[in-house]
Design a protein around this ligand. Structure first.
Ligand code: GLC
Length: 412
């Protein structure tokens, strides 16, 4: 027995010694596609080499909702870790209102490098800066420029091109994000806006079950069930990475995704390298297309015990050089405005200039502190309509009712 206890203690002390060796000064939660994680690791390694500040990276998934859950638990419990994290633009409002974000204290000169409109609307709370944009997202249309000579002007034309090319049923033509998660709300907003609708919250009331929105949602379901140009797994599994891979591997002609896919398609070995074009998302016939504003911002936990070191990491990640590298290696639209004029950046991503309008005019999701609750209601009903479990009208009516109940509860 004694011997067993001795062995157990020896093993435990070895384990503790191991942990002590891995001591860190701050921890950083970051997620993304596998190719992106390796760039993050490289950037953090350099930071430690130059500053001596040791950073523990906690790798999170790509899915925005899962990343949020991974942060809400420690923050709601006021835990000291993680010190620094990336936040989806969709949840900054709620994080700030919950008191989870420390001010990001940088000089006015440093602040001037970032898009003013973005930091004023998304990163300012109670007149204080509580985050900085690492990259700005907007929905884009990727197309196979070796097959489709000109991107479609309307959603109807996109369907026509698919049918003409015999890409229906077993041969998916258009991939987008229809799984039950945040990305579905972004896709829906784009179809709805492109049809003159949207997610409107005014005077404490949500207006969602409108004729324009119903038509847009019917069209989305029709892509799968009527025209059969989008695969049935659109509503079961299509998130960003699934669509990005399907476009690379299935021969699909079109894809709706964020700018990051460009970075991956530009890498050696990608089967669609040199064959991919990017265009703004189309509108419905005679109407203008629209793009949802997305993007990830960096923040410091209000409960961090090492805010000084945390701020230095934030400064490093948002520095000109690192932002330039992100733009070139990952195709991300930088949060800093000054990087857009960089010659090397424009060479790697010429669409930054051509599609500037898309990003300047991208439409934000409702900036309300209960946004995540609103979104999960929408996700559930939109997904049921894509599955044809319910009709578009029934889905939007139910969503509107539940969202209005949330608003009333919130207003109490
Ligand atoms: C991207 C966007 C983010 C959005 C998410 C949805 O990561 O940057 O804003 O919420 O996609 O899946």
């Amino acid at each position: 027995m004694k011997l067993k206890m001795f062995i157990l203690f020896s093993v435990l002390s070895l384990l503790f010694a191991g942990c002590a060796r891995e001591k860190h000064d701050i921890s950083f939660n970051v997620g993304g596609a596998p190719a992106e994680i390796s760039v993050w690791q490289e950037v953090v390694r350099e930071f430690t080499d130059t500053t001596g500040i040791r950073v523990k990276i906690n790798i999170q998934p790509t899915d925005s909702d899962l990343r949020r859950q991974g942060l809400v638990l420690p923050l709601a419990a006021k835990r000291a870790e993680p010190d620094v994290f990336l936040m989806d633009i969709a949840w900054i409002g709620q994080f700030a209102a919950s008191g989870w974000l420390a001010p990001v204290e940088i000089s006015d000169k440093a602040r001037a490098a970032f898009f003013r409109g973005v930091i004023e609307t998304a990163d300012t709370y109670d007149n204080r800066l509580i985050g900085l944009p690492v990259y700005i997202d907007g929905g884009l249309l990727y197309y196979r420029k070796d097959i489709v000579k000109k991107p479609p002007d309307s959603w109807e034309e996109l369907v026509r091109i698919c049918v003409e090319n015999g890409r229906q049923g077993e041969n998916p033509c258009f991939v987008w994000q229809g799984a039950q998660y945040e990305g579905l709300v972004c896709n829906f907003l784009e179809f709805a806006l492109a049809n003159g609708g949207g997610i409107i919250i005014e005077g404490n009331r949500a207006d969602i079950n409108t004729a324009e929105n119903r038509e847009a949602l019917r069209f989305m379901a029709g892509l799968i069930h009527k025209h059969k140009v989008s695969p049935p797994d659109t509503y079961t599994s299509m998130r960003e990475e699934e669509s990005r891979i399907a476009f690379e591997e299935s021969g699909a002609l079109f894809q709706r995704n964020w700018p990051y896919a460009w970075g991956i398609y530009s890498q050696e070995g990608s089967p669609v390298k040199g064959k991919t074009g990017i265009a703004p998302l189309p509108g419905f016939k005679g109407k203008k297309g629209a793009s949802t504003l997305g993007g990830w911002h960096i923040g410091i936990s209000a409960f961090s015990k090492n805010k000084e070191a945390a701020l230095r990491l934030v400064e490093h990640i948002t520095s000109y050089d690192v932002q330039k590298r992100f733009a070139i290696k990952m195709g991300w639209n930088p949060g800093r405005e000054d990087v857009y004029d960089d010659k090397d950046v424009l060479e790697a991503s010429p669409h930054f200039k051509q599609l500037k309008e898309v990003f300047v005019n991208a439409s934000a999701r409702p900036n309300v502190p209960y946004y995540t609750r609103l979104s999960s209601v929408l996700q559930k009903h939109l997904n049921a309509a894509l599955m044809m479990k319910t009709g578009a009208e029934e889905a939007l009516e139910a969503a509107e009712k539940e969202i209005n109940a949330i608003i009333r509860e919130y207003e109490k």
